[in-house]
Design a protein around this ligand. Structure first.
Ligand code: FES
Ligand SMILES: [Fe+2]
Length: 454
């Protein structure tokens, strides 16, 4: 599994690396359709990386659980009686039945629906029907607990990995990943509203990820939302004030950025004045962040008004109000899970209004996602044809026209026009993850955030 011992289905390191050329921006379309590549992604990217599971507010009481995924492996994340949060594979140790069938709920223990084996909230096997009769007392329960999975949290956001040799979550996220998660807490503590909205789109998961860095498509794909008066693209896109941050292991943030001179003026304002400034702006523009947000996001990060992606597949939407997991379901299907964030302790009416507004933007009922989903599925379909798949995908925008700046805090960032730096960084990291057979190889061979001309 995560150690990469599985046969690479005809793909060796050199052929995997050749799938994307970061110097020209050409990507081989087979990355969107090849079954062998997909299987390898499950092993070398999903099983090996830190995957977002849930937020602590979703597991308030002992017994509260949620079932999430690492690739196609189901993971139960549950708070036990001692208050500890555990992650375990959702598969019975007897005949492998899926143990927990509900997506979310509260349990005292988990009883398998096949033969009735019973597991405690920490995964111990605590009950076996017929243990003294049919098993003659021979069954050693101690070695038959649920398979535990590594789980760590940052700012209350839980992530899990199947790789014992993965770096800590903190190190994995690095500066850019931590800025991305920090964006969700920049205005204070948050909680996830009840329920995760789920829908399936017939697209490869990477198309949905690449799109979140894509501010080029906004005025064209979403023209109808603009002309219907749903939002004013001119007030959110800022094509000449873009900011991209490229982080270790493939994390990145891309989209509009607040110019340094503007941020210098904001820095002189009190939090109250910032709130007033936000209220005076357009309703769809992101809120100006309070002073303490700089601690969470860094001096450059706090100027970002774009979209972070926590590699591989957690999208944090602009201004950190929603999160979306792009869960792989084969090369041609992706399950999208939408989490909506509200200020911790928000009043029911305020919550309702936030949820109602955000539901119209992203998620299955979101105006923007309907435009996007259509393009993602048609792009995936067109990558499968015998002739079509031989053509590359072009990501050359901006190559050689920008510079990565580094500030005193060591943050790296690019400022300039709309470009495709985020997409190229995603696929560069993807090839490195895919070509590395284990974490040791990935640590040794991955690209560090670039500096200088790019
Ligand atoms: S498969 Fe779970 S008890 Fe038999
Ligand atoms: Fe879009």
């Amino acid at each position: 599994m995560a150690d990469g011992t599985h046969v690479a289905q005809g793909w060796d390191s050199a052929s995997l690396k050749a799938l994307f050329n970061p110097d020209t921006g050409w990507l081989d379309r087979r990355v969107l359709s090849d079954q062998g590549i997909y299987q390898l992604e499950l092993e070398r990217i999903f099983a090996r990386g830190w995957n977002f599971m849930c937020h602590e507010s979703q597991l308030k009481e002992p017994g509260e659980y949620l079932v999430s995924y690492i690739g196609e492996d189901q993971i139960i994340v549950v708070r036990d009686e001692d208050g500890q949060v555990n992650a375990m594979l959702n598969t019975c140790r007897h005949r492998g039945n899926a143990l927990c069938r509900a997506e979310q709920g509260r349990a005292k223990s988990f009883v398998c629906s096949y033969h009735g084996w019973n597991y405690a909230l920490d995964g111990r096997l605590i009950g076996v029907p017929g243990q003294s009769t049919f098993y003659h007392g021979d069954l050693d329960r101690s070695g038959l607990g649920l398979r535990r999975v590594r789980l760590e949290s940052y700012l209350g956001f839980y992530f899990a990995t199947l790789a014992e040799d993965a770096p800590s979550l903190h190190d994995y996220l690095g500066e850019t990943g931590r800025a991305g998660v920090g964006m969700m807490c920049a205005h204070g503590e948050v909680e996830v509203v009840e329920g995760v909205q789920k829908n399936v789109i017939d697209c490869n998961w990477k198309i949905a990820v690449d799109n979140l860095f894509d501010w080029y498509h906004v005025p064209y794909s979403h023209a109808s939302a603009n002309s219907a008066g749903f939002f004013e693209i001119a007030k959110i896109q800022f094509p000449k004030n873009q900011m991209v941050m490229l982080g270790e292991y493939g994390h990145a943030i891309g989209g509009p950025g607040i110019p340094k001179e503007t941020q210098d003026r904001i820095d002189l304002l009190s939090d109250e004045e910032r709130e007033a400034m936000t209220r005076a702006g357009s309703p769809e523009a992101p809120r100006i962040r309070p002073r303490k947000a700089t601690e969470l996001m860094g001096e450059a990060g706090v100027r970002s008004q774009g979209h972070p992606n926590i590699f591989p597949n957690l999208w944090v939407t602009i201004s950190g109000t929603q999160m979306c997991l792009r869960l792989p379901r084969g090369p041609s299907q992706t399950e999208l899970w939408w989490f909506t964030l509200v200020p911790k302790g928000a009043q029911p009416e305020a919550k309702r209004q936030i949820v109602r507004r955000l539901n119209h933007v992203f998620g299955p009922a979101g105006l923007l996602e309907q435009d996007d989903g259509e393009n993602w599925s048609q792009s995936t379909r067109a990558a499968r044809g015998v002739a079509s798949r031989q053509l590359g995908l072009n990501m050359q925008m901006g190559i050689g026209h920008d510079e990565v700046l580094t500030n005193d805090g060591g943050e790296h960032y690019i400022e300039g026009l709309i470009g495709e730096h985020g997409q190229r960084w995603l696929y560069r990291a993807w090839t490195e993850w895919m070509a590395a057979r284990d974490w040791a190889e990935l640590k040794a061979n991955h690209s560090l955030p670039p500096t200088g001309a790019i």
